[in-house]
Design a protein around this ligand. Structure first.
Ligand code: ADP
Ligand code: MG
Length: 261
């Protein structure tokens, strides 16, 4: 395995020459992407193009076969000893992963915990806060996502849109440096999409660094500083929404947008 050492950092997230295969299938075929602090990046691409895998390599839910990912100058799954890279122990991976929040398509809340317990779980488990402080912070986060009245509800007592807003509050609880969204509205009934996009829109406008995999092209155009189009495990095209979505250069981007717009 060859993994390039962390270069001097210019971006908050630096993805350098990342390759990943499953069996014989190369899912990421050399991804380079640098994300600046406060930037909002939308990743678009057809189903199976490697978008989720790319997102998951950022917080080391997936290891990489080659290349490196750093967040704020720190390798996420590895450490450099001398000139060799070693995969970190699970405990250290978990520690570094706290810098990166992730929100999944299917919410992935703990079903046996209430909304507020879902949010306080990580800060308490990591001993980041006392019980009283964790609860106070969770109430503030619930207010931010418009769910002050649902603190003691279990996930099954909440709509999909509400569950996803709890998931966003949970992801914010460790004050991550970057927040990743993997198709956050794809599992929602159409009438619930707006309330989740509103929360993400607010995060985008308040300077949170966001990486959003989405099929909501209109939303991407509105909130993203940059559109990254992925196909076949490669970035085929990237640039501001006003360029990539209006005058795409790559035939695959044109084909994709013609299908989804
Ligand atoms: P996307 O999110 O763009 O739809 P994914 O990153 O989920 O794409 O998947 C890219 C390809 O990798 C697909 O062909 C998928 O079947 C395959 N894949 C993803 N995860 C695994 C895995 N854990 N094991 C084997 N194949 C996988
Ligand atoms: Mg996916």
């Amino acid at each position: 395995m060859t993994i390039a050492a962390a270069a001097p950092t210019k971006g908050l997230v630096e993805i350098h020459d990342v390759h990943k295969s499953y069996g014989g299938l190369e899912v990421l075929a050399g991804i380079d992407l640098t994300i600046a602090p406060g930037e909002v990046v939308a990743i678009l691409g057809p189903s199976g193009s490697g978008k989720s895998t790319l997102l998951r390599t950022i917080n080391h839910l997936e290891s990489v076969d080659q290349g490196s990912v750093t967040v704020d100058g720190q390798l996420i799954g590895y450490e450099l000893r001398g000139d060799k890279l070693y995969e970190l122990r699970e405990k250290d991976i978990l520690q570094r992963r706290t810098q990166i929040g992730i929100v999944f398509q299917n919410f992935n809340l703990f079903p046996h915990l209430t909304a507020i317990e879902n949010i306080t779980e990580a800060p308490l488990a990591l001993k980041r806060a006392s019980k009283a402080d964790a609860r106070e912070q969770a109430l503030q986060l619930l207010a931010r996502v418009g769910l002050s009245d649902k603190a003691d509800h279990f996930p099954r007592q909440l709509s999909g849109g509400q569950q996803q807003r709890v998931a966003i509050a949970r992801a914010l609880a460790l004050d991550p440096k970057v927040l990743l969204f993997d198709e956050p509205t794809s599992a929602l009934d159409p009438e619930l999409v707006g309330e989740v996009l509103d929360v993400i829109r607010t995060l985008a406008s308040t300077g949170t660094t966001l990486v959003i995999v989405t099929h909501e092209i209109g939303f991407a155009r509105e909130v993203a500083d940059r559109i990254v189009f992925v196909d076949g495990g490669r970035i085929l095209e990237e640039g501001p929404p006003s360029r990539v979505l209006v005058a795409p250069e790559h035939p695959r981007t044109r084909e994709f947008l013609a299908k989804v717009l």
